[in-house]
Design a protein around this ligand. Structure first.
Ligand code: IPM
Ligand code: MG
Length: 362
């Protein structure tokens, strides 16, 4: 198969981790006789520096024309003082909206090799951590009006959180469908004791439940969910939630699996053209040092093969290769805690080891 992948390296550690994912993709291509071509697109701080805009239309167009998009990370202190609507992160919000990728899938699964790196007690980890957060990605407070104005003689700000029934329904369906393919438990997370958007959310989820009788639906308030994720993560199979709650809970969920550096994500909408990115940020403090963990990005590339290119065997190969390299004791700095005899590994070495393991697997 021939596929075109738009590549957004972005800022900070973005270029380093994306290069490792491409290294692995190239081995997959060779092994299975595929051909991947890569089109570079600029987004984030580097695009601000180059064009004065975090995502010029020309760059978005490259992403829309590709079969999928692989993204590193954007942002950094260098652009902290630019106005809100021109920040690097605005590029990220614009590409998500521009591609219409409303459904963001963030797995929280513990690799047994990394159990010691989890900050949770062993008896909690032993019960298993294997759930998915389905996060609504192009609505809610991230996309409502943002303004700052003078009121009663002082500076006042406002961010609007808004959801329509249809926006809730389409992500709700992804939640039910995802649960249906797993352990058939869906937890809808909201703040319906305070917010109107959450009350609407809850009512739509319950209406949809009638169409998915095989899936067990439960409701949970977001504050309680934050607590339950550390108290008893084994209870969760699929969590479906709105944009900002999903942002916050997915960082928490990643940490209990050992490191945010391990977690990939897929973002999909109505077409197979998806956006694939690790859930961590650009880590400017370690940029350029070859010490970042490329595994979140490499696993994002695996998700691209699985969900956008219909290449499940190829995706399995990458995931198995990651497991093998971890089993051999190789660790980047973020995941080295807790074990004896582990080998501190550079970003580029980690990518090469995983690529080599893909090449050598059956
Ligand atoms: C994420 C990030 C982004 C978000 C930021 C960088 C805008 O935290 O993908 O989780 O909040 O969505
Ligand atoms: Mg986040």
């Amino acid at each position: 198969m021939n596929k075109t992948i738009a590549v957004i390296r972005g800022d900070g550690i973005g270029p380093e981790i994306v290069n490792e994912a491409i290294k692995v993709l190239e081995v997959v291509a060779k092994k299975y006789g595929h051909s991947f071509s890569y089109v570079d697109a600029d987004m984030g701080g580097c695009a601000i520096d180059k064009y004065g805009d975090p995502l010029p239309q020309s760059e978005l167009d490259k992403c829309l024309a590709a079969d999928s998009v692989l993204l590193g990370a954007v942002g950094g202190p260098k652009w902290d003082s630019v106005p809100g609507n021109m920040r690097p992160e605005k590029g990220l919000l614009r590409i998500r909206a521009g591609m219409g990728v409303y459904s963001n899938n963030r797995p929280a699964k513990i690799w047994p090799q990394l159990a010691a790196a989890s900050p949770l007690k062993p008896e909690i980890v032993e019960k298993g951590i294997d759930f998915i957060i389905v996060r609504e990605l192009i609505g809610g407070i991230y996309f409502g009006d943002h303004k700052t104005f003078d009121e009663n003689g002082e500076k006042t700000s406002e961010d609007v959180m808004k959801y329509s029934e249809s926006e809730i329904e389409r992500i709700g369906r992804i939640g039910f469908e995802t649960a249906r393919k797993r352990r058939k438990k869906l937890c809808s997370v909201e703040k319906s004791n305070v917010l109107d958007t959450s009350r609407l959310w809850k009512s739509v989820m319950h209406r949809l439940a009638g169409e998915y009788p095989d899936v067990e639906l439960s409701d949970m308030l977001v504050d309680n969910c934050a607590m339950q994720i550390v108290k008893n993560p084994a209870q969760f199979d699929v969590i479906v939630t709105e944009n900002m709650f999903g942002d916050i809970l997915s960082d928490e969920a990643s940490m209990i699996t050992g490191s945010i550096g391990m977690i990939p994500s897929s973002s999909l909408g109505a077409t197979s053209n998806g956006l694939y990115e690790p859930i961590h940020g650009s880590a400017p403090d370690i940029a350029g040092q070859d010490t970042a963990n490329p595994i979140g990005t490499i696993l994002s590339a695996a998700m691209m093969l699985r969900f956008s290119f219909d290449m499940p065997k190829e995706a399995d190969d990458i995931e198995e290769a990651v497991g093998k390299v971890l089993s051999e004791g190789y660790r980047t700095g973020d995941i080295i805690g807790g074990g004896e005899g582990l080998k501190l590994t550079k970003c580029s070495e980690m990518g090469s080891l995983i690529a080599e393991a893909v090449k050598n697997s059956r």
